[in-house]
Design a protein around this ligand. Sequence first.
Ligand code: ATP
Ligand code: MG
Length: 235
Amino acid sequence: MLELIDVHTYYGNIQALKGISIHVEPGEVVTLIGSNGAGKTTTLRTIQGLLRPRQGKILFEGQDLSSSSSPEIVRLGIAQSPEGRMIFPRMTVLENLEMGAFHRQDKAGIQADMERVFTLFPRLQERIKQKGGTLSGGEQQMLAIARALMARPRLLLLDEPSMGLAPMLVNQIFSIIHEISDQGTTILLVEQNARMALTVANRGYVLQTGEIVLTGSAKELQVNETVRKAYLGEE
Ligand SMILES: Nc1ncnc2c1ncn2[C@@H]1O[C@H](COP(=O)(O)OP(=O)(O)OP(=O)(O)O)[C@@H](O)[C@H]1O
Ligand SMILES: [Mg+2]
Protein backbone atom coordinates (compact mmCIF):
# COMPACT_ATOMS: atom_id res chain seq x y z
CA MET A 1 0.00 0.00 0.00
CA LEU A 2 2.75 2.41 1.01
CA GLU A 3 6.39 2.16 0.12
CA LEU A 4 9.23 4.49 1.03
CA ILE A 5 12.35 3.79 -0.95
CA ASP A 6 15.63 5.27 0.28
CA VAL A 7 14.02 8.50 1.48
CA HIS A 8 16.33 11.37 2.45
CA THR A 9 14.73 14.44 4.04
CA TYR A 10 16.49 17.61 5.15
CA TYR A 11 15.70 20.74 7.13
CA GLY A 12 18.00 23.13 5.31
CA ASN A 13 21.42 21.57 5.75
CA ILE A 14 20.34 19.26 8.53
CA GLN A 15 19.69 15.75 7.31
CA ALA A 16 16.82 14.28 9.34
CA LEU A 17 16.19 11.11 7.29
CA LYS A 18 19.26 9.32 5.96
CA GLY A 19 17.77 6.99 3.41
CA ILE A 20 14.90 5.13 5.00
CA SER A 21 12.96 2.33 3.33
CA ILE A 22 9.74 1.05 4.84
CA HIS A 23 6.56 -0.53 3.55
CA VAL A 24 3.02 -0.94 4.83
CA GLU A 25 0.68 -3.59 3.46
CA PRO A 26 -3.11 -3.21 3.28
CA GLY A 27 -4.78 -3.95 6.60
CA GLU A 28 -1.60 -3.79 8.66
CA VAL A 29 -0.79 -1.77 11.73
CA VAL A 30 2.87 -0.85 11.41
CA THR A 31 4.71 1.05 14.09
CA LEU A 32 7.72 3.27 13.87
CA ILE A 33 9.43 3.50 17.23
CA GLY A 34 12.35 5.66 18.24
CA SER A 35 13.48 8.19 20.80
CA ASN A 36 13.36 11.99 20.71
CA GLY A 37 14.63 13.44 17.47
CA ALA A 38 14.95 10.07 15.69
CA GLY A 39 12.96 11.33 12.70
CA LYS A 40 9.52 9.82 13.32
CA THR A 41 7.54 13.01 12.77
CA THR A 42 9.75 13.90 9.82
CA THR A 43 8.86 10.55 8.24
CA LEU A 44 5.12 11.17 8.59
CA ARG A 45 5.42 14.74 7.34
CA THR A 46 7.37 13.53 4.33
CA ILE A 47 4.68 10.92 3.52
CA GLN A 48 2.00 13.60 3.84
CA GLY A 49 3.84 15.89 1.39
CA LEU A 50 4.53 18.56 4.01
CA LEU A 51 8.26 17.96 3.51
CA ARG A 52 9.85 16.87 0.24
CA PRO A 53 12.46 14.14 0.13
CA ARG A 54 15.70 15.35 -1.45
CA GLN A 55 16.33 11.83 -2.61
CA GLY A 56 14.23 8.66 -2.79
CA LYS A 57 10.65 7.84 -3.59
CA ILE A 58 7.30 7.40 -1.90
CA LEU A 59 4.69 5.19 -3.55
CA PHE A 60 1.09 4.95 -2.39
CA GLU A 61 -0.91 2.16 -4.02
CA GLY A 62 1.71 2.23 -6.75
CA GLN A 63 1.46 5.96 -7.38
CA ASP A 64 4.50 8.20 -6.94
CA LEU A 65 3.63 10.98 -4.49
CA SER A 66 6.57 13.22 -5.33
CA SER A 67 4.56 15.69 -7.39
CA SER A 68 1.37 15.57 -5.26
CA SER A 69 0.49 18.40 -2.90
CA SER A 70 -0.56 17.61 0.64
CA PRO A 71 -4.29 18.16 -0.05
CA GLU A 72 -3.96 15.86 -3.05
CA ILE A 73 -2.36 13.24 -0.84
CA VAL A 74 -5.34 13.51 1.54
CA ARG A 75 -7.66 13.01 -1.44
CA LEU A 76 -5.68 9.94 -2.49
CA GLY A 77 -6.47 8.39 0.89
CA ILE A 78 -3.82 9.31 3.49
CA ALA A 79 -4.74 11.35 6.57
CA GLN A 80 -2.79 12.19 9.67
CA SER A 81 -3.42 12.85 13.32
CA PRO A 82 -0.40 15.07 13.97
CA GLU A 83 1.96 15.23 16.93
CA GLY A 84 0.64 17.62 19.57
CA ARG A 85 -2.91 17.13 18.25
CA MET A 86 -3.08 20.53 16.49
CA ILE A 87 -6.84 20.78 16.70
CA PHE A 88 -8.46 24.16 15.98
CA PRO A 89 -8.95 25.56 19.50
CA ARG A 90 -11.54 28.20 18.64
CA MET A 91 -13.68 25.92 16.54
CA THR A 92 -16.25 23.57 18.02
CA VAL A 93 -15.84 19.82 18.01
CA LEU A 94 -18.30 19.63 15.11
CA GLU A 95 -16.42 22.28 13.11
CA ASN A 96 -13.11 20.50 13.73
CA LEU A 97 -14.63 17.29 12.38
CA GLU A 98 -16.05 19.10 9.36
CA MET A 99 -12.56 20.45 8.62
CA GLY A 100 -11.36 16.86 8.36
CA ALA A 101 -13.81 16.35 5.50
CA PHE A 102 -13.07 19.70 3.81
CA HIS A 103 -12.24 18.12 0.45
CA ARG A 104 -15.32 15.90 0.27
CA GLN A 105 -18.63 16.57 -1.46
CA ASP A 106 -20.45 13.34 -0.54
CA LYS A 107 -22.83 14.62 2.14
CA ALA A 108 -24.27 11.19 2.93
CA GLY A 109 -20.80 9.69 3.27
CA ILE A 110 -19.66 12.53 5.53
CA GLN A 111 -22.74 12.01 7.71
CA ALA A 112 -22.03 8.27 7.91
CA ASP A 113 -18.42 8.96 8.93
CA MET A 114 -19.58 11.48 11.51
CA GLU A 115 -21.72 8.73 13.04
CA ARG A 116 -18.82 6.31 12.86
CA VAL A 117 -16.53 8.65 14.81
CA PHE A 118 -19.21 9.33 17.39
CA THR A 119 -19.57 5.58 17.89
CA LEU A 120 -15.81 5.29 18.35
CA PHE A 121 -15.64 8.41 20.54
CA PRO A 122 -19.00 8.92 22.34
CA ARG A 123 -17.27 11.59 24.42
CA LEU A 124 -16.94 13.82 21.35
CA GLN A 125 -20.65 13.62 20.65
CA GLU A 126 -21.33 14.79 24.21
CA ARG A 127 -19.01 17.74 23.58
CA ILE A 128 -20.10 18.47 20.02
CA LYS A 129 -20.75 22.21 20.56
CA GLN A 130 -17.79 22.79 22.82
CA LYS A 131 -14.72 24.67 21.55
CA GLY A 132 -11.74 22.43 20.83
CA GLY A 133 -9.48 24.44 23.12
CA THR A 134 -11.67 23.73 26.15
CA LEU A 135 -11.38 19.93 25.84
CA SER A 136 -9.10 17.87 28.07
CA GLY A 137 -5.86 16.50 26.62
CA GLY A 138 -7.37 13.07 26.08
CA GLU A 139 -10.44 14.52 24.39
CA GLN A 140 -8.25 16.66 22.12
CA GLN A 141 -6.34 13.53 21.13
CA MET A 142 -9.62 11.79 20.34
CA LEU A 143 -10.68 14.81 18.29
CA ALA A 144 -7.41 14.79 16.32
CA ILE A 145 -7.86 11.12 15.44
CA ALA A 146 -11.55 11.60 14.68
CA ARG A 147 -10.80 14.59 12.44
CA ALA A 148 -8.31 12.48 10.46
CA LEU A 149 -10.93 9.73 10.11
CA MET A 150 -13.35 12.27 8.62
CA ALA A 151 -11.16 12.28 5.53
CA ARG A 152 -12.08 8.58 5.20
CA PRO A 153 -8.43 7.59 4.77
CA ARG A 154 -7.38 4.15 3.65
CA LEU A 155 -4.07 4.83 5.40
CA LEU A 156 -4.14 6.59 8.77
CA LEU A 157 -0.93 8.16 10.11
CA LEU A 158 -0.87 8.58 13.90
CA ASP A 159 1.89 10.65 15.49
CA GLU A 160 2.31 9.96 19.23
CA PRO A 161 -1.36 9.45 20.06
CA SER A 162 -0.51 8.51 23.66
CA MET A 163 1.77 11.44 24.42
CA GLY A 164 0.97 13.24 27.66
CA LEU A 165 -2.02 11.06 28.54
CA ALA A 166 -2.73 9.33 31.84
CA PRO A 167 -2.30 5.52 31.73
CA MET A 168 -6.03 4.83 31.69
CA LEU A 169 -6.52 7.11 28.69
CA VAL A 170 -3.52 5.58 26.95
CA ASN A 171 -5.24 2.20 27.20
CA GLN A 172 -8.45 3.66 25.87
CA ILE A 173 -6.72 5.32 22.89
CA PHE A 174 -4.92 2.08 22.01
CA SER A 175 -8.12 0.05 22.18
CA ILE A 176 -9.71 2.56 19.78
CA ILE A 177 -6.70 2.24 17.44
CA HIS A 178 -7.33 -1.50 17.50
CA GLU A 179 -10.98 -0.95 16.63
CA ILE A 180 -10.14 1.42 13.74
CA SER A 181 -7.81 -1.25 12.38
CA ASP A 182 -10.52 -3.93 12.74
CA GLN A 183 -12.83 -1.70 10.70
CA GLY A 184 -10.36 -2.02 7.82
CA THR A 185 -8.21 1.11 8.00
CA THR A 186 -4.47 0.57 7.53
CA ILE A 187 -2.38 2.35 10.17
CA LEU A 188 1.15 3.68 10.45
CA LEU A 189 1.68 4.45 14.12
CA VAL A 190 4.52 6.56 15.47
CA GLU A 191 5.20 6.15 19.18
CA GLN A 192 7.72 6.70 21.92
CA ASN A 193 5.61 4.34 23.99
CA ALA A 194 7.07 1.26 22.32
CA ARG A 195 5.47 -1.12 24.79
CA MET A 196 1.95 -0.08 23.85
CA ALA A 197 2.76 0.34 20.16
CA LEU A 198 4.03 -3.24 19.95
CA THR A 199 0.86 -4.59 21.54
CA VAL A 200 -1.31 -3.16 18.77
CA ALA A 201 1.06 -3.44 15.77
CA ASN A 202 1.68 -6.35 13.43
CA ARG A 203 5.17 -5.18 12.52
CA GLY A 204 7.54 -2.42 13.42
CA TYR A 205 10.63 -0.47 12.51
CA VAL A 206 13.11 1.08 14.91
CA LEU A 207 14.32 4.49 13.80
CA GLN A 208 17.53 5.91 15.23
CA THR A 209 18.98 9.27 14.16
CA GLY A 210 17.34 9.15 10.76
CA GLU A 211 18.06 5.50 9.97
CA ILE A 212 16.11 2.26 10.27
CA VAL A 213 18.26 0.10 12.52
CA LEU A 214 15.90 -2.80 13.12
CA THR A 215 12.70 -4.28 11.75
CA GLY A 216 10.56 -7.30 12.48
CA SER A 217 7.20 -8.56 13.62
CA ALA A 218 5.85 -6.98 16.79
CA LYS A 219 6.55 -10.26 18.60
CA GLU A 220 10.17 -10.31 17.42
CA LEU A 221 10.73 -6.72 18.47
CA GLN A 222 9.14 -7.29 21.88
CA VAL A 223 11.74 -9.91 22.71
CA ASN A 224 14.67 -8.24 20.95
CA GLU A 225 17.38 -7.36 23.44
CA THR A 226 18.18 -3.94 21.97
CA VAL A 227 14.52 -2.99 21.93
CA ARG A 228 14.01 -4.22 25.48
CA LYS A 229 16.94 -2.20 26.80
CA ALA A 230 16.56 0.98 24.76
CA TYR A 231 12.81 1.27 24.32
CA LEU A 232 11.06 -0.90 26.88
CA GLY A 233 13.15 0.26 29.82
CA GLU A 234 14.25 -3.25 30.79
CA GLU A 235 17.60 -4.40 32.10
N1 ATP B 1 11.72 22.41 11.74
C1 ATP B 1 12.92 21.87 11.93
N2 ATP B 1 14.07 22.51 11.62
C2 ATP B 1 15.28 21.95 11.81
N3 ATP B 1 15.46 20.71 12.32
C3 ATP B 1 14.36 20.03 12.66
C4 ATP B 1 13.04 20.55 12.49
N4 ATP B 1 12.16 19.63 12.92
C5 ATP B 1 12.88 18.58 13.32
N5 ATP B 1 14.20 18.81 13.17
C6 ATP B 1 15.31 17.89 13.49
O1 ATP B 1 15.13 16.70 12.73
C7 ATP B 1 15.40 15.55 13.52
C8 ATP B 1 14.20 14.63 13.54
O2 ATP B 1 13.13 15.27 14.22
P1 ATP B 1 11.68 14.65 14.35
O3 ATP B 1 10.78 15.72 14.86
O4 ATP B 1 11.30 14.00 13.09
O5 ATP B 1 11.92 13.55 15.46
P2 ATP B 1 10.89 12.63 16.24
O6 ATP B 1 11.39 11.24 16.12
O7 ATP B 1 9.51 12.89 15.79
O8 ATP B 1 11.09 13.10 17.73
P3 ATP B 1 10.05 13.31 18.95
O9 ATP B 1 9.93 11.98 19.62
O10 ATP B 1 10.71 14.31 19.82
O11 ATP B 1 8.75 13.78 18.37
C9 ATP B 1 15.83 16.07 14.89
O12 ATP B 1 17.23 16.12 14.92
C10 ATP B 1 15.25 17.46 14.94
O13 ATP B 1 16.01 18.30 15.75
MG1 MG C 1 7.86 13.58 16.71
